[in-house]
Write a protein that binds this ligand. Structure first.
Ligand SMILES: [Zn+2]
Length: 160
């Protein structure tokens, strides 16, 4: 058995007016933003959870409690850097990441290349290892009503 492990992440944040909208490490211009204890970057959060799951290191809330004032408003890129350090400490390196963001508006496709560049730099991996996909939910549910944003991610890691 090769030393491969797979991980999965899922996360949701509310969208409200008056909040900044951080996604995939970059700031989007939109009338609403994501609400959370940190900067509420749902894409980074699912990548963190998938990486932690793959290495069997619990989840993002276990390492960075939303009760801890230290993490209030924190840039999620800092959390992702720390997660990568934890995963590498266990002797693993990223194989590839595949993610899907569910959002009704705005259209994410024009922003995906900058998100990939940003995340590759933060994770210290090649941009070709990071896939980001976007979908609406066809006006259905909390995403369709523009009340929230959700994301899913799977990641493969292997012994370095
Ligand atoms: Zn989150």
């Amino acid at each position: 058995m090769a030393n491969f492990r797979i991980g999965f992440g899922y996360d949701v944040h509310q969208l409200q007016e008056g909040y900044e909208f951080w996604l995939g490490g970059i700031k989007l211009e939109h009338e609403k933003g994501a609400v959370g204890h940190s900067d509420a970057d749902v894409l980074i959060h699912v990548i963190c959870d998938a990486l932690l799951g793959a290495a069997n290191l619990r989840d993002i809330g276990y390492h960075f409690s939303d009760k801890d004032p230290k993490y209030k408003g924190i840039d999620s890129k800092i959390l992702l850097r720390e997660v990568m350090a934890l995963v590498r400490k266990e002797g693993y390196e990223i194989g590839n990441i595949d993610s899907t963001v569910c959002l009704q508006i705005p259209k994410l496709n024009p922003h995906i290349p900058s998100m990939k560049t940003c995340l590759a730099e933060v994770m210290g991996t090649d941009i070709s290892n990071i896939s980001i996909k976007a979908t609406t939910t066809e006006q259905l549910g909390f995403v369709g009503r523009q009340e929230g944003i959700s994301a899913y991610c799977v990641v493969l890691i292997h012994k370095a």
